[in-house]
Design a binder for this molecule. Structure first.
Ligand SMILES: NC(=O)C1=CN([C@@H]2O[C@H](COP(=O)(O)OP(=O)(O)OC[C@H]3O[C@@H](n4cnc5c(N)ncnc54)[C@H](O)[C@@H]3O)[C@@H](O)[C@H]2O)C=CC1
Ligand SMILES: O=C(O)C(=O)COP(=O)(O)O
Length: 388
């Protein structure tokens, strides 16, 4: 029986993927795995039994990844599972940033008691003129699952698109429309784009990514969309640039006290992934990742350990998380040989400071042997999964 702790609301369609061997709820203790969306785990007390955290979504800045790695907790996310939902909201924001839709709706609402409302509305419409997006240039910073979707959709809407991502992945590069232009520097994005949308993760390197230096280079009246994370933008610098008209409109999915009620700033309550489709997709993917890891030790879509996905070919599988240092495998192999244990299959992959090893055997691996592996230098954790 596996215990799963739920933080945030995880879609039932996803939870239904668990079979009778799983018990899940929000009060779970001694959990084997956590399913989470945006709840912060930075102050969370990770129990000894915790093996995996699956983020039903993309951004993992709510999870202390280094601490998890040190403890041998594998962190997963669900790449691309909510990308379409975010893309659709970004497209909406693109229109909101261009045509004065929100402002005009607010104004019409004030005309409730006006008996000549139709005439008044017609008369007032000239205050809400806004440009078309067709033919304008959109700069997309970050060409991952969301950025590529946004870029391709904007091209279909007749925009010119410039994309910037020095670390673009192979799949994203294949998926990106051939009509998107490759910007080789951020300067090019800042100086040439009428609209800029940012789709990169929040981490120690990207905090305050859009700051005074960036704003200073941008076109007057540029429209900026932030559906990635609030802290990618330096709000102090932003407010100065909205006030002086350099930034014509800022639309963000992330609230902050200083941004509320400001002219030319529109804030949504983190709605990017809040569609039934995306909530189901993310939950299903996250649950499957957890099941595969708990039952077979296979790692798919981890953000802190290498992906390793091996079919089970034997009764016993040892899953070893270790520091990426010499001699680990040699010591384990020797221990196996000393105890006359035969290795059917062995896979070792590393990622940064850590590595993951799967050993399949048909022999019984006694607890004292597991403990000897566990106590060796550089070993973070050892798990034996036996399938009858
Ligand atoms: N508003 C919402 O509800 C949602 C927000 N997000 C946010 O959007 C972010 C992006 O999501 P996905 O596209 O699914 O992730 P992704 O991992 O597919 O794409 C991120 C892209 O950013 C690029 N990148 C990283 N650092 C960069 C830099 N310094 N300059 C340029 N490019 C850089 C990477 O190479 C990658 O291609 C997430 O990390 C999350 O914070 C994601 C989903 C929903
Ligand atoms: O996937 C992401 O990174 C998101 O920001 C979505 O967050 P949510 O799952 O809606 O709390």
């Amino acid at each position: 029986m596996y215990n799963i702790k739920l933080l945030n609301k995880i879609s039932k369609i996803g939870l239904d993927v668990f079979d009778e061997n799983y018990s899940y709820n929000e009060e779970m203790v001694n959990e084997d795995a956590i399913l989470v969306r945006s709840a912060s785990l930075h102050e969370y007390d990770f129990g000894e039994n915790l093996k995996a955290i699956a983020r039903a979504g993309a951004g993992v800045n709510n999870i202390p990844i280094d601490k998890c790695s040190e403890k041998g907790i594998v962190v997963f996310n669900t790449p691309g599972a909510n990308a379409n939902a975010v893309k659709e909201l970004v497209l909406c924001a693109l229109f909101l940033s261009s045509r004065k839709i929100i402002e005009s709706i607010r104004w019409v609402d004030t005309l409730k008691d006006d008996q000549n409302v139709a005439k008044t509305a017609e008369k007032g419409k000239s205050n809400f003129v806004g440009p078309e997006i067709e033919g304008k240039t959109l700069g997309v910073i970050g060409l991952g699952a969301i950025g590529v979707n946004v870029a391709n959709a904007a091209i279909k809407l007749g925009m010119k698109v410039k994309g910037y991502d020095p670390y673009i992945g192979v799949n994203a590069a294949w998926a990106l429309s051939k009509h998107a232009k490759h910007a080789i520097s951020l300067d090019e994005i800042y100086q040439e784009c009428d609209y800029i949308t940012i789709h990169i993760p929040s981490n120690s390197e990207t905090k305050g990514f859009l700051n005074q230096d960036a704003f200073a280079q941008m076109k007057d009246g540029v429209k900026i969309l932030n559906f990635a994370r609030g802290d990618l933008v330096n709000n102090e610098d932003l407010l100065v640039n909205v006030a002086n008209g350099k930034v014509g409109k800022y639309i963000s999915d992330f609230a902050a006290p200083e941004l509320i009620g400001q002219e030319n700033i529109i804030i949504l309550p983190h709605l990017g992934a809040s569609t039934p489709e995306s909530e189901d997709n993310c939950a299903k993917m996250a649950v499957k990742e957890v099941i595969e890891y708990l039952e077979n030790g296979n790692i798919i879509n981890s953000v802190n350990f290498p992906d390793v996905n091996q079919a089970r070919i034997s009764k016993t599988r040892l899953c070893i998380i270790n520091k990426n240092v010499p001699n680990i495998l040699a010591n384990i192999s020797k221990l196996f040989a000393d105890h006359n244990l035969n290795i059917e299959n062995m896979v070792n992959r590393s990622r940064g400071e850590y590595a993951y090893t799967i050993i399949d055997t048909n022999d019984e691996v006694r607890q004292d042997i597991i403990e000897r592996i566990e106590s060796a230098k550089g070993i973070v954790s050892v798990r034996s999964i036996v399938k009858e």
